[in-house]
Design a protein around this ligand. Structure first.
Ligand code: UD1
Length: 434
């Protein structure tokens, strides 16, 4: 296995480029199945989740190849409309195959994803939404088996409650090629959804209300391949803004380039400014200047444009670096606190109760051996390692590799002492010689 070894206390300096968005790339890859022919996707990150999802597309019959900074997806022949358990359990977004395969082939057999590292993550809205479009759905040996009578869905109206990114994308994919019109109410308006709609429009889909809570879809028989470029990763941007605030030299600016600052949402920006960190927004850049002392700011996550749940673990580390007490309340995923016991091993004083964690800041963190439990939890441990005294070993970084491209290269280019090492997690510790 691999781990990251961080010698803390080195300041973050200079500029960091933001990679392409993982969460936006996955719906685009799924959408490319709707068009027979070769779709060219630009700006697709080199990440484990992209490799996994490429494999999911290949199983269905697509040919997926790397091309420059992006991917070429040849979906001329989609002959096996199935997404197997072995891949869906690794990556829940593979469930996008339900909408994509129904939209393209009129049938799909997709494994249910099962549990997730931080508790239940239901897919009831995906299934009910697709049913509302006229699909018949059965459960067979853990697989959702869906088909459209006559080969094409009728279309229909569905209201999401709560609003869900994944369900909005899945319903959109299925509805784009339906016989009739569809309406998604309380649709997600996350940039990932908007970007997916824009790609579908470039492929010939007829959509109205893009970027609003009500999306109207007028089905077309088939979409055509398109060339489309993905957006930068807003969660990576938020992560590096937090890194600059806690590990930057007070008064000196760290610049994040190739970013799309507008995608972060106002709640995050507002909370970030309240910490006292200075934040200068350009068209594609965010320049962060750390203050002498950060101010603790409590946050509550919410659906877009609320504070992203994918940034709450990192925010807890920021709170640990502020004098005073602050809290993180997660209203999207109430159990997402696996990082807290690991951070406690580094001296973070935090108490979880229900969907809230209260963090008492102001003490120097100390390096320790800690373990990644999920993607965003992992990066919060790296952030803590950067500001801790001594050395931190972050194990099981395969979680991190799912969603942060070249993290250690980017951070070490900016002054952080971080390296990747192999290790044997099951090695038995040896007694020292007397
Ligand atoms: C996406 C992101 C994930 C992020 C999450 C919330 C991807 C690949 N993943 O996940 O990184 O943390 O958005 O911003 O883009 N819900 C239901 N039933 C459903 C579906 C969702 O009740 O069928 C609930 C969830 O439990 C949650 C809320 O809806 O409380 C929002 O979840 P959703 O937007 O669906 O998250 P994902 O698309 O799975």
């Amino acid at each position: 296995m691999e781990k990251l070894v961080i010698r803390g206390g080195q300041p973050l300096q200079g500029s960091l480029p933001i990679s392409a968005s993982k969460n936006a790339a996955l719906p685009l890859m799924a959408a490319s199945l709707l068009a027979p022919g070769v779709t060219r996707l630009g700006n697709i990150p080199r990440l484990r989740d992209i490799t996994t999802f490429s494999h999911v597309l290949r199983i269905a019959g697509a040919e997926v190849t790397r091309s420059g900074d992006g991917l070429e997806v040849d979906a001329s022949r989609i002959f096996f409309p199935e997404a197997p358990y072995e891949l869906v359990k690794k990556m829940r977004a593979s469930f996008y195959m339900l909408g994509a395969l129904l939209g393209r082939c009129g049938k799909a057999r997709v494994s249910l994803p099962g549990g997730c590292a931080w508790g239940p993550r239901p897919v009831n809205l995906h299934i009910d939404g697709i049913k509302a479009l006229g699909a018949s759905i059965d459960l067979d040996e853990g697989y959702v088996v869906a088909s459209s009578p006559g080969g094409r869905l009728d279309g229909g109206t569905f209201k999401l409650d709560p609003s869900s990114v994944g369900a909005t994308v899945n319903i959109l994919l299925a509805a784009s090629t339906a016989r009739g019109g569809s309406r998604i109410e309380n649709a997600a308006i996350e940039p990932d959804v908007v970007v997916c709609c824009e790609m579908l429009q470039a492929m010939g889909a007829r959509l109205g209300g893009v970027g609003t809570r009500t999306i109207e879809v007028e089905g077309v028989p088939l979409l055509r391949p398109a060339a489309f470029s993905n957006c930068p990763d807003r969660i990576e941007l938020g992560t590096f803004m937090i890194a600059a605030a806690i590990a930057g030299i007070p008064g000196e600016t760290v610049t994040l380039t190739r970013a799309h600052p507008g995608h972060l949402g106002e709640d995050f920006m507002e909370a970030f400014r309240q910490t006292g960190a200075d934040c200068d927004i350009g068209a594609n850049t965010v320049s962060v200047t750390a203050p002498e002392e950060l101010t603790s700011v409590s946050i509550t996550t919410g659906i877009y444009p609320g504070f992203p749940t994918d940034l709450q673990a990192q925010w807890s580390v920021l709170l640990a670096c502020c004098p005073g007490t602050g809290s993180v309340t997660d209203t999207v995923y109430g159990d997402r606190f696996n990082h807290i016991p690991e951070l406690a091993r580094m001296g973070v004083r935090a108490q979880v109760s229900g969907n809230r964690v209260v963090v008492k800041g102001g003490t120097q963190l100390k390096g320790a051996r800690v373990m990644s439990t999920d993607l965003r939890a992992s990066v919060s441990l790296v952030l803590a390692g950067m500001v801790a005294s001594g050395t931190t070993h972050v194990g099981r970084i395969y979680h991190l590799d799912r969603g942060y491209e070249k993290l250690e290269d980017k951070l070490s280019a900016c002054g952080i002492d971080i390296r990747r090492e192999r290790y044997d997690e099951f090695a038995t510790p040896q007694r020292p010689d007397p």
